[in-house]
Design a protein around this ligand. Structure first.
Ligand code: URA
Length: 188
C-alpha cells in the first residue's frame, strides 16, 4: 500500500492508529457552516475517499438532512472525533479519543459553529464527558462552551433499526433533525 508521506507525518502526531492506516480523514462540507456534525471515526469508505460520512451511514445521514431542508454542501461541516480508521471498524479506544481530541477542539475553534450535532455515543462522550445514553440525551439542546449541542442517534444504528413506526429511532431522528433545521433558521 502506498502511503502519503505528508499525511503520515501529520497522523503520527495524532495517534498510533497512524501505523495502521494509509489516510487521515479530516472533513467534508463548508468550513464556514453554522452547523458542525461530529461522528465517531472514519470507516472503510471514508478512508478510501478521504472524507467523513461517505459510506452507507453517511448517505443515510445526508438524506435525512436534505429531507429536512438542510443544504449539505453549504450548511454543514462534517468531521469525526477520531481522524483515522480503527482496524476492523472497532470503536476507538479511550486513548485514541484522548489523542485526537486536541485536533477536534482545533477544528471547532476554526470553524466556530453555532450548532454542534453529536452523532452517536463516542461523540457524545468525547465532547460532553457525559456517560448518559444517547436515548436519554438525543433531541435535547445542551449548552457546551457557549455553543448549542444536540446528540442524535448514529445512522449506523438507524440502518440496523429501520422500523418506520412513530417512536422508533428513525422517526425520532427525523424530528431531531427538523428541530436542528428550525434552530438554524432562527440563526440566519
Ligand atoms: N461513522 C462515523 O462516525 N463517521 C464517519 O465518517 C463514517 C461513519
Amino acid at each position: 500500500m502506498t502511503k502519503n508521506i505528508h499525511a503520515d507525518k501529520y497522523v503520527s502526531k495524532i495517534s498510533d492508529l497512524s501505523n495502521l492506516i494509509s489516510k487521515i480523514v479530516i472533513s467534508r462540507g463548508n468550513p464556514f457552516a453554522k452547523l458542525m456534525i461530529i461522528g465517531e471515526a472514519p470507516g472503510a469508505k471514508e478512508e478510501e475517499l478521504g472524507k467523513p460520512f461517505v459510506g452507507r451511514s453517511g448517505k443515510l445521514l445526508d438524506q435525512l438532512l436534505q429531507n429536512a431542508g438542510i443544504d449539505i454542501s453549504l450548511d454543514v461541516y462534517f468531521c469525526n472525533v477520531v481522524k483515522c480508521r480503527p482496524p476492523k471498524n472497532r470503536r476507538p479506544t479511550k486513548i485514541e479519543i484522548q489523542e485526537n481530541l486536541p485536533w477536534l477542539y482545533q477544528q471547532i475553534k476554526l470553524v466556530n459553529p453555532e450548532i454542534i450535532v453529536l452523532v452517536g455515543k463516542t461523540a457524545l462522550e468525547a465532547i460532553l464527558k457525559n456517560k448518559s445514553t444517547i436515548s436519554i440525551l438525543r433531541g435535547k439542546w445542551i449548552n457546551w462552551n457557549g455553543r448549542l449541542v444536540m446528540p442524535i442517534f448514529h445512522p449506523a444504528y438507524l440502518l440496523r433499526n429501520q422500523s418506520k413506526e412513530e417512536g422508533a429511532p428513525m422517526s425520532l431522528t427525523k424530528s431531531d433533525i427538523l428541530k436542528i433545521k428550525e434552530k438554524m433558521d432562527t440563526l440566519k
